[in-house]
Design a protein around this ligand. Sequence first.
Ligand SMILES: [Zn+2]
Length: 465
Amino acid sequence: MSSVEWELVCGLEVHAHLKTRTKMFCRCELSYGAAENTHTCPVCLAHPGALPVPNGRAIEMTILLGLALDCEIAGHAVFARKNYFYPDLPKGYQISQYEAPLCGAGKFVLPTVDGEREIGIVRAHLEEDAAKTVHAGGATGRSVGADYSLVDFNRGGTPLLEIVSAPDLRSADEAMAYLRLLRQTIRELGVSDADMEKGTLRADVNVSVRRAGEEGFRPRWEIKNMNSFRFIGRAIEAAFRQQVQAHEAGEEVVQSTYDYDADTDRLTVHRSKEEADDYRYFPEPDLVPVEPAAELVERLRGEVPERPAERIRRLAGELGFASAEELVLTGNERKAEALASVGVDLKDAAAIAMNRGDFLPENAEALARIVQANVTREALDEAFAAAAEGPIDAEQYLSQRTLGDEDALTPVIDAVIAAHPEQVETFRGGKEGVLGFLVGQVMRETQGKADPKVVNRLLREKLRG
Ligand SMILES: [Zn+2]
């Protein structure tokens, strides 16, 4: 199979639950984990005559996100009815945005090891989530084999942000890198927890393929409601393989919705794709258009913090791309920068931030002194544990310095060498791996106070000499 000639064309539609206090069009509180159907009212249960009132905070959060993605913010946005029938949609339509979304075209700069990739953002809009169908009874608890289904309306009406990327992603890895960094951006803006395990972040994945150099697009497959990074990557790769195979065999590739089966690692047709016409979109007659004031947009523009992509680029110069990306994606770079700002070498600070628990920012200076004083591992552990709880006193830990003094270590090292002739022979025979054991013995003799680097050096000198 000549798959090298084929190029992946992938776009993502990312949905994130907004972290507002209340739902999109009523005053019910958001209620993850609450007892079923305890956070409902006539509006989100679609009682006749109940009218929606938009959540202003959700609109602000959407604009904030749009600004962070360099989107054009609409002066005139319109809510629209998307009509379809499903048991978890009591109105028979979802209030969404169609022709006039709050956020128009933008871009997402994705730093990579080879530089930068610009992923187009087509739009970002605001809608309400459907309720949650729970398949019950039966052997599997899944829809297939379930005896009956229940609906929990707590989720119905939760504000949902949808971010649609252009089909600019060219590999499964790139799609996941985009998704990870977008998730981090959403989280740092404080607009959503964006947690796939809790269902507050989901993605629809669009995949097609084309010959390298080919213009235009071939029919695409849409894989809906993906909520696992691993499966998203595997589904993209499976879709690529299957489509290339079909094109090369001269089979028709039909544009449709597909399901990914992790057991067989294959995609199967879900149902024929609804065309936009099927939804009979029309402007929501119960809501007036949203026209954000210029002052509001400017105020929100001022609230956009330095974006994670920018921090990765800034830190990559000193730390290398992989470390910078890991540091930012784990949300640890603020700790690293706090330590670096009080004198710890940025590389050391990055390693500490990744490997040590959280600490209160007010402790950064004390921790920097302790780190630089080369104290024992135990003292370091204690200091960081205490630094997460409350203010710490550096002096308390500075006395527990590492034993790096050669004169003090030499007799201990001599004793360890004398006590382990077999290991010494092994080392001299060329198996240097045994050195770790001897270093361990010295560490034990010194109750962990010896500096392992110095011990390592002294041991080598003595064993070679
Ligand atoms: Zn409600």
